[in-house]
Design a protein around this ligand. Structure first.
Ligand SMILES: NC(=O)c1ccc[n+]([C@@H]2O[C@H](COP(=O)([O-])OP(=O)(O)OC[C@H]3O[C@@H](n4cnc5c(N)ncnc54)[C@H](O)[C@@H]3O)[C@@H](O)[C@H]2O)c1
Length: 317
């Protein structure tokens, strides 16, 4: 297949690019390198350079549609985004420019290029708002009631995907991702808790736990998520599909798993709870099982060990 990956220099996008190239597909990457980096594509560029083209471009650029028409992708994997909930709260217009208008431009490009399908990185952690305890793990039929500008912009993108399917016959598959973790996730700034904890543990520093640490998340390993994207290129048309483990893991349990993988006790420093933080979160992946034949297979211990190895070998200590 001729694939185009927006956000292909990012954490999940670059892991997807590696997988697509390994399967022999030709890949175009569009990324403005705002949070991603060419270093994430170093292996892809040295190993499969002839099958990979990297275009440094903002998805909001007026040049995007022409570029997509020239490259004629069959499948567009759309992962480029303003992906930080807190930035979306402080800069909602910027968030909407990238996640709504940028997505719309990617859809215009897909339509003009005659792409058969767009596989979209939606956000399962924000799409459903704050489900009641008895609704966890949450299913896709739960009302879509996001509580942050980021969640709203990601939901609006799904609405546009539905609209383009009806109007222009561009098929889509929207993957509502849980908390994705794995190598290459940026431990600095607003990154996921696994990357932040791993960085601290490798440095021998204590981890900061907000509140009592009993808040839960659904941590899903990046290779498993990438497998769902590849499946979504051919199956799951017209659907929103949860991509998570279905299992809640508390922040305290995560710290314990990390200590186990590192072979050291992890010291935790407690800080006040962060306002607006979800108490519990997990996604029911049953629909992805039916429509994609997908389920996560990497257990937390194995995944966390891979992250620690990556942090150590990246030499950030
Ligand atoms: N990591 C998670 O747990 C998670 C959960 C749910 C959804 N998602 C979604 O998955 C996607 C990938 O997330 P990630 O964790 O790999 O984040 P990331 O920041 O590593 O990747 C995003 C990529 O998009 C690029 N980008 C940002 N704005 C752009 C623009 N205007 N034009 C072109 N490129 C742009 C960045 O440079 C980066 O390479 C995002 O759409 C995110 O919203 C991630």
């Amino acid at each position: 297949m001729r694939a185009l990956v927006t956000g292909g220099a990012g954490f999940i996008g670059s892991t997807l690019v590696d997988r697509l190239l390994a399967e022999g597909h030709a890949v175009d990457v569009i990324d403005d390198l705002s949070t991603g980096s060419l270093a994430n594509l170093a292996g892809a560029r040295s190993g499969h350079g002839h099958d990979l083209r990297v275009h440094q471009l903002d998805i909001r650029s007026p040049d995007l549609v022409d570029l997509m028409v020239r490259r004629r992708p069959e499948v567009v994997f759309h992962l480029a985004a303003q992906a930080d909930v807190r930035v979306s709260v402080s800069r909602p217009l910027f968030d909407a420019e990238v996640n709504v208008l940028g997505t719309l431009q990617v859809l215009e490009g897909a339509r003009a290029a005659g792409a058969a399908r767009v596989v979209f990185a939606a956000s399962g952690g924000t799409l459903y708002g704050e489900p009641a305890t008895e609704e966890i793990p949450v299913r896709e039929v739960h009302p879509h009631r996001p509580l942050s500008p980021y969640g709203v912009s990601k939901k609006a993108a799904i609405d546009y995907l539905v609209c383009y399917r009806e109007l222009h016959e561009v098929e889509f598959c929207a993957l509502a991702l849980a908390n994705v973790y794995g190598p290459r996730q940026d431990p600095h700034g607003e990154a996921g808790v696994v990357a932040i904890f791993a960085d601290r543990v490798v440095r021998g520093e204590p981890v900061t736990v907000y509140g009592d640490g009993e808040q839960t998340r659904d941590f899903v390993f990046v290779d498993d998520v990438v497998d769902a994207f590849v499946r979504g290129a051919e199956r799951g048309g017209g659907l929103v599909l949860n991509i998570g483990t279905g299992t809640e893991v508390s922040v305290n349990e995560l710290a314990g798993a990390m200590g186990g993988a590192a072979g050291a006790e992890v010291q935790a420093v407690h800080a006040p709870p962060r306002p607006g933080e979800l108490r519990r979160s997990a996604l029911d992946p049953g629909r992805a099982g039916i429509h994609l034949g997908w389920r996560s297979w990497t257990d937390l211990q194995t995944g966390v060990a891979a992250v620690l190895d990556h942090v150590r070998s990246a030499g950030s200590v």
